[in-house]
Design a protein around this ligand. Structure first.
Ligand code: FPP
Length: 555
């Protein structure tokens, strides 16, 4: 077994990553779409070719590291057939960079037992480049280590057409044609298909690259521009690949537990499979409709259900919300200790249920839960980095979802009538603010509030949420909660609007980081329960502590 730790500076980020790579589950073939050279240069006010020149360092590091790790095949997309349309000067520079690279790196290729190969229409290249590349292929032909393919004047569709042409010329028998015999006519004949396709610079396209071969490749996209791509990125890509479940169209043991991830555009949505989904998706103003459906249900629950039934419902909401948060983290490759986290979140909720709830019992349940989770993470994982990941991934939903929503039970336990009024007030403010943010943001939203987290959210929407939340608190006071002094109604409204927007944004951070669009599939057309309760995450504790401090703490 190779000691991977020798590939990185001790205690560096690279060292931490490379040590976690499972040598027995390396991708056999890694394919890379090297993108972003132009943008890299533009960011530095340099000519585009400076980006290509800087990209060579990334090529060198990637080739060398794949060879040392023991990857069988590496294919780099260096020049597509479409790239001939680029300005002549850029094409000329790319060709000379290529010649220079091959000339300078030949010794390294030989020293690392790397077999160099070109795929694509080599004959399109200038004669000098053909000569240089031909020499490198010849001299490395006997090497038995990494097969390094460089795709030049390459097009995936052309490759398939070339394969068909070859078969037609051979007058191949149509009845004996199989997937395997067809693959033998491709440029990568005899090589395993890519297991991992890496693309830099954040674009979610395959750009006519190895179209046939990437049928089951795991795709890993990084925002990093190619000239900045380093070994740490390669290690991260391999680690993420190793965390994924490869199904090849089949089903896995945990199929029912895991969200079905369907990539579309930059984000990923989680398919519901529900017959109502299609109908619900067509409905306009989905937030308004959800509010109209959930509103009466919540109203009935609050008005008629005894405290224990309300607490039970909140516990179920917490369980589902925490579970969905674990699903999101798992889509990111994390491995939380789900059942333990769930137990901890429910214990916290149970602590709030006591109408005598004290800081002591709450603190104790959270602390004990944290300790148990820490011990379990250390016993369940071998590597300290994995232990830390497990602790983080397990505890985060407990705190961000379980603990926050448990304050609903706390609010209810402030007093039978008062508790109900407070929760009505909370729901009214948060729901109306949410609807206002959505409608105003969609209609006139111009200034993006958090484009990296939630591109649709605008400052105009947030201001509308703020104003409407104050109005909703005033309405609550007039409508059903006359005991609430006007001053406090206005302050509470002013706090709940922004707290709701924050909860929404934090949930988006989870989803964005994992590349998922919805938290789950419980509510057809609307995503998961967490998607619909995210605005309550911070608004609930804010109202609880405000009430306990200024309104009802002494009662
Ligand atoms: C895409 O970036 C990159 C290329 C078309 C060329 C890649 C070439 C190299 C890294 C250097 C030479 C390669 C070898 C193997 C020696 P882009 O120009 O499309 O970037 P942009 O999308 O930001 O404009």
């Amino acid at each position: 077994m190779t000691d991977f730790s020798q590939f990185a500076e001790p205690h560096s980020e690279e060292d931490r990553l490379v040590r976690r790579i499972d040598q027995d589950r390396l991708p056999r073939h890694i394919a890379v779409i090297m993108d972003g050279n132009g943008r890299w240069a533009r960011e530095r006010r340099l000519p585009r070719v400076a980006g290509h020149r800087s990209g060579i360092r990334a090529v060198r590091e990637t080739v060398e590291m794949c060879a040392r790790l023991g990857v069988e095949v590496l294919t780099l997309y260096a020049f597509s057939q479409e790239n001939w349309k680029r300005p002549r000067a850029e094409v000329t520079t790319l060709m000379s960079l290529l010649r220079e690279y091959v000339r300078k790196e030949l010794d390294t290729l030989l020293g690392n037992n790397i077999r160099f190969n070109v795929i694509g229409h080599l004959e399109d290249l200038p004669a000098s480049a053909q000569r240089e590349l031909g020499r490198a292929m010849e001299q490395t032909a006997g090497n038995t280590g990494l097969q390094f393919n460089i795709a030049l004047s390459y097009g995936g569709r052309t490759e398939i057409v070339d394969a068909c042409r070859a078969l037609l010329l051979e007058r191949a028998d149509p009845d004996s044609l199989t997937i395997e015999s067809f693959a033998e006519k491709l440029y990568t004949s005899g090589q395993p298909d890519p297991d991992l396709l890496i693309r830099t610079s954040g674009e979610l396209r395959v750009s006519n690259f190895l179209l046939w071969q990437i049928a089951y490749a795991e795709i890993w996209v990084t925002e990093t521009l190619w000239p900045d791509f380093r070994r740490a990125h390669l290690f991260q890509a391999i680690l993420d690949y190793q965390r994924r479940e490869r199904r090849y169209g089949g089903l896995n043991r945990s199929e029912t537990e895991h969200p079905v991830v369907v990539r579309h555009s930059r984000r990923v949505s989680i398919s519901t499979g529900s017959p109502l989904r299609g109908l619900a998706r067509c409905l306009p103003m989905k937030r308004v409709l959800t509010a109209l459906i959930l509103g009466p249900l919540v109203w009935a629950l609050l008005r008629f259900a005894p405290a224990w039934a309300f607490s039970l419902t909140v516990a179920l909401v917490i369980a589902r919300g925490v579970w969905e948060a674990y699903g999101i983290l798992a889509a990111r490759g994390a491995r939380p200790l789900r059942w333990l986290g769930l137990a901890c979140a429910l214990t916290v909720a149970a602590t709030f249920d006591a109408s005598t709830s004290s800081d002591f019992s709450l603190g104790m349940s959270l602390t004990l839960g944290t300790i148990v989770i820490a011990i379990a993470a250390m016993s369940a994982r071998d590597d300290p980095a994995d232990m830390l990941d497990a602790m983080q991934a397990t505890l985060l939903p407990v705190w961000v979802v379980g603990l926050t929503l448990a304050h609903l039970i706390g609010l209810r336990s402030i007093g039978d009538e008062v508790g109900r009024d407070l929760i009505f007030l909370l729901f009214l403010c948060v729901m109306l603010a949410d609807i206002a943010a959505y409608c105003v943001g969609s209609a006139v939203g111009r200034r993006k509030m958090a484009p990296r987290v939630s591109p649709k959210k605008s400052w105009e929407g947030a201001i509308a949420a703020f104003v409407i939340s104050i109005g909703a608190a005033w309405l609550a006071r007039v409508w059903f909660y006359p005991e609430l002094p006007l001053k406090h109604a206005l302050i509470v409204g002013a706090l709940l609007g922004p707290a709701g927007v924050l909860g929404d944004l934090v949930e988006s951070v989870f989803k964005r980081a994992a590349g998922v669009k919805d938290s789950g599939r419980l509510l057809p057309g609307h995503g998961g329960l967490l998607d619909r309760t995210d605005s309550l995450l911070f608004a609930t504790p804010v109202l609880y502590y405000y009430s306990m401090t200024f309104l009802h703490g002494a009662s």
